[in-house]
Write a protein that binds this ligand. Sequence first.
Ligand SMILES: *Cc1c(COP(=O)(O)O)cnc(C)c1O
Length: 753
Amino acid sequence: MQLEEEQMSNSVMVSNLSSLPSEIQELEALSKNFYWVWNRSTRKIFEEIDFKLWETTGHNPVILLQKVPRARLEDLARSSEFTSRVNKAYANLAEYGSKGFLNTWYQRNYSPSSEQLVAYFSAEFGITECLKIYSGGLGILAGDHLKSASDLGIPLVGVGLFYRNGYFSQHMTSDGWQIENYPENIPHELPLELVTKPDSKDPLIISVPINARQIRIRAWRAEVGRVPLLLIDSNLPDLNSREDCDVTSQLYGGDIHTRIQQEILLGMGGAKLLEVLGFSPTIYHMNEGHAAFVILERIRRLIEDPSNPASFDEAKSRVSQANVFTTHTPVSAGIDVFDKSLIEKYLGWYCARIGINLDTLMEMGHDGPSHGAGFNMAVFALKYSNKANAVSRLHRAVATKLWKDVLDKKQSGPNNLSDLEIQHVTNGIHTPSWISDSFADLYDQYLGKNWMDSMDDPAAWAKVEGIPDELIWRTHCVEKSMLIEYAFDRATRKDGNSEGRNLSRDALTVGFGRRFATYKRASLLLQKREDLARLLGSNSRPIQFIFAGKAHPRDHEGKKIIQEIINFAESDEGNGRIVFLPDYDISTARRLLQGVDVWLNNPRKPLEACGTSGMKAISNGVLNFSVLDGWWDEAYTPETGWAIGEVSTKIPRHVVDRLSESNDKSDAESLYNVLENQVMTEFFDRNENGLPTKWITRMKRSIVKDSVRFNTRRMVIEYARLLYFDKLSPRPVAQTTGELGSSLLDEAAFDWN
Ligand SMILES: *Cc1c(COP(=O)(O)O)cnc(C)c1O
């Protein structure tokens, strides 16, 4: 592709931070690196500048510094205590960014001279709440992957899309119906810098051809600790038509035409962008199939290499060697499939350009009748990847079955590709981003200041056993009180109804927050309405529930479930002890997972490929109560949490075959049974000082046993060892009996996780 660099006529706004008092000038640099998301002392500085403004800006340090009254900044600049903290935070960031590079996990384990670089492509990134370019677990995982890669010193660059309107924010009508708003992501109000041409101050503009058309893109660069994240943006009104400007306007919005163009910009545009900027990735990691068109651009480049032009077959084979593909959905309906006319419309030019016919291109994303006639992005990614992984042990078994045809054909096929086995790297969470200040302080004290760097060391976590019962309980209660106050304020805003009126610090508090995809069964609890009403009415063993979550804008059923929950919350039966918190996002998730007693998850097994929200609970001392699906199937022990439904380490055939509503009924029975007879019993069992000692023992066991494993530090190390840098070393296959039928996989069209 010809590279066209054009002058952009409307230059971006100059930063207005140049007017910061010189004593605290470093605040600008601190605000521009997302490191503050997981660096407590920096975050505390922003909070202290103006707590109210920090809250109303949605935790956005750039707007905070733009809006805070000048007099306040001048006051702070006169405080030597404050300025020295700013200086220290800045020195800390500088050290993390440069000097610290020399003593990272990566440097200790890999030759510093090797020129490795991972390009990590994802359609969404959840770094923090103010950068609204994520919708759910897939994005959060990508954000946490970047942060841990940064902490570990792994050379990695992220590539994504800059959505002008991002994912929607959720508002509720008075009768409990979800309304979507699309607030604008304004680049100069975010910690982003416009990417310029190499050796120049002019914005870099790249053209991505789409048949007769060229879509112009620019890119924004976010600093995520040491890791750069490049976000592609087609909103260039002077260069693009209105429609082309809108290609990158919404995450998972628009129609199938929008989707394929977004994916062309992400994959092909992303590959070009990296090349122009001088990045030479040795690994291309596709986080789900959305970015798989990166393969096409790289094939083209090899074929058109003037010094050593490759044949089409050669190019395919060489490109595949550097590809890693992570599959996230066990549901084939959740994957993009483009029919032939779409491929022709948007990629016909490509075929002509490299001299293949359309059927040859179609065949690349096709594997016989089992996954439909169209061009399937996951099939495409799998066919042309050297390594692939699922996101939990159980998901590996499901995915291996789902993609059996592709895997079989690949092993015996004509492409000379290496055998592909789907491995698994169980997801994690970036603990420093999800831990409450109270627990982080507690760990500083009992585990040592550097506990965040030894998160994968069981000996470090074992020290949690030494925290006095009363102290760990009180620490939890501080976070719980804050959550309840917050939930109370949010819920009682609508007057005249009882939602959340009787929330109490003494009640067992159960949280449920996630996307309202049908398979996640947010309303399972409501299947036994009388039992629920009875539990909520009890004053001797008070229990309360806090719900949150968004339904996809086109998911009518999901919206009905939200409405059902809200109606119940407002009814007399709800007894003021149920709340639905609107606009679930990273910030709400953090509050919930730091403050509830129990985190509930009840998906239809095995449709939750991994799930990560429950992992955020662990080191906050919150206990998991979940169906044995995804990660919980690996983690659960009777000493650390509770299981809903059948307890079995295998995936017997009947579990899969029963994925009907009849399974809902038995799972609901099990949920109530365990909740009443185990969870509640243990919570209300108090000693003479009012402490739930058995519960506290369970909290500690859960922290000690699971914090060490379910974090992205462990996860990214596994990616590095298994998929990025080392020779593939197969691990034992998860135990499975029985087969997984494909009949189950027809729902959850909105599942993007
Ligand atoms: C962690 C998180 C998710 C993913 O949660 P699951 O339990 O995997 O569905 C989704 N949304 C937000 C805002 C999160 O923080």
